[in-house]
Design a binder for this molecule. Structure first.
Ligand SMILES: Cc1ncc(COP(=O)(O)O)c(C=O)c1O
Length: 381
């Protein structure tokens, strides 16, 4: 039975899982302090890049002896750089439970041709974390953006490991607690939880990751864009703002604005609380409606950023077509943009709940989701 359209609309209908909604205070005018048309190696540029690095350290509580670098090619660049520089020294375990993790498996097995032990789980599930052997290097995604399944915490990671952990945390950083003592390489992109711009990735190295870089040379060639060492020593400048190649100072200015906003909402704790509140609004909605459910089966693994949903109503004839039609309806009404499931993921919706999204907007959007669902059931061919 069709229902009437809700009276209220979200003030901001942007629920994309990347690039994510800009911080609520965002205004292009606020980027006018960017040193545009200047060398990024001039003092003004280097100061901004260093502020981005040290602001990241402050907000994410990254230990003083960890190195933080701004690198090319967004999160993908940072992950690839880590894998190509570090892997091959010992056995590798690859953990994957959605598309991005699966992509890293492909690169390690097919491109680097490493005979890795690959552990995978279907969308909605997670691999057996207790089975991981930390004598090996372990590559995993903290929050699987395309399935909405995250690791519950870092307790499963051995404190006294011999191998390195390489963690793609792009949809977790600034929304979930990351235990730095358990993470040797951590990567993320500005375009995710803080609603920044893409282009640049962040790579965070533990002292053990630096020791590996300085003691091991991979058998394969490394393009300049990936190189973190010179003559067997870490290129320290990269971790002080002397980037490998030219960064966008506009994107840097935008990230600095996002960091300032993050401070204004209570820093990491405030950001986590905002994401938790957003996700809870969606979880509560699913609990109250018999026709929709979280794709993540175990509540302990449910993402508070990329919340993935599946329709469970028996009247649905073609799951993929139905989900697409609901997303299209929401988009046409401009009440929820970009909420279709990722192209390789099971049919459904994905609602970004990171801290730049306002809980009031999630709450205003959900009745529209019910409206679109009820309208689409009789509209099926
Ligand atoms: C888990 C994960 N890894 C990697 C990427 C790729 O990020 P980027 O496009 O910033 O390189 C994404 C993007 O959504 C992601 O969610």
């Amino acid at each position: 039975m069709a229902i009437a359209q809700p009276a209220a609309r979200p003030a901001n209908p942007r629920f994309s899982s990347g690039p994510c909604a800009k911080p609520p205070v965002f205004d292009l005018v606020k980027l006018s302090g960017a040193p545009l048309g200047r060398s990024h190696r001039a003092a003004v540029g280097k100061d901004k890049l260093l502020a981005a690095i040290e602001g990241t350290r402050e907000l994410l509580n990254i230990p003083a002896d960890y190195k933080i670098g701004i690198v090319p090619a967004s999160d993908t660049g940072a992950v690839e750089m880590a894998m190509w520089n570090l892997l091959g020294e010992r056995k590798v375990e690859m953990l994957a439970w959605e598309s991005f993790g699966a992509g890293w498996v492909t690169d390690v097995v097919k491109q680097l041709k490493i005979d890795a032990e690959v552990k995978t789980a279907d969308y909605g599930l997670i691999v057996d974390l207790a089975s991981v052997d930390f004598a090996n290097d372990v590559v995993f995604t903290w929050n699987g953006t395309t399935s909405g399944v995250r690791v519950p915490n870092g307790d499963w990671i051995a404190a006294d490991r011999a191998g390195l952990t390489i963690c793609d945390a792009t949809s977790a950083a600034f929304a979930q607690d990351l235990p730095w003592d358990k993470l040797d390489v951590t990567t993320f992109s500005w375009q995710k939880v803080l609603g920044g711009e893409a282009a640049h990735g962040m790579i965070i190295l533990s002292p053990r990751a630096v020791a590996r870089l300085e003691s091991y040379t991979p058998a394969w060639p490394l393009p300049k864009i990936f190189r973190l060492t010179k003559g067997g020593k870490l290129i320290d400048g990269i971790f002080k703002g002397a980037t490998i190649n030219t960064p966008s100072m506009l994107a840097v200015e935008d990230y600095l604005l996002a960091l300032d906003w993050a401070r204004s909402v209570g820093g990491l704790e405030g950001l986590i609380a905002r994401a938790d509140a957003n996700a809870k609004a969606v979880f509560d909605f699913c609990d109250a409606k018999p026709w929709i459910a979280n794709l993540a089966e175990d509540p302990a693994t449910r993402s508070n950023t990329s919340v993935c949903l599946k329709f469970t109503d028996a009247r649905i004839q073609d799951g993929a077509a139905f989900a697409k039609a609901v997303a299209k309806r929401l988009e046409a009404e401009e009440v929820a943009l970009d909420v279709g499931a990722y192209r390789d993921a099971p049919a459904g919706l994905r609602i970004w709940c990171g801290g730049t999204v306002e809980t009031a907007d999630i709450e205003a959007m959900l009745p529209w989701l019910e409206w679109a669902f009820e309208a689409e059931i009789p509209a099926q061919g």
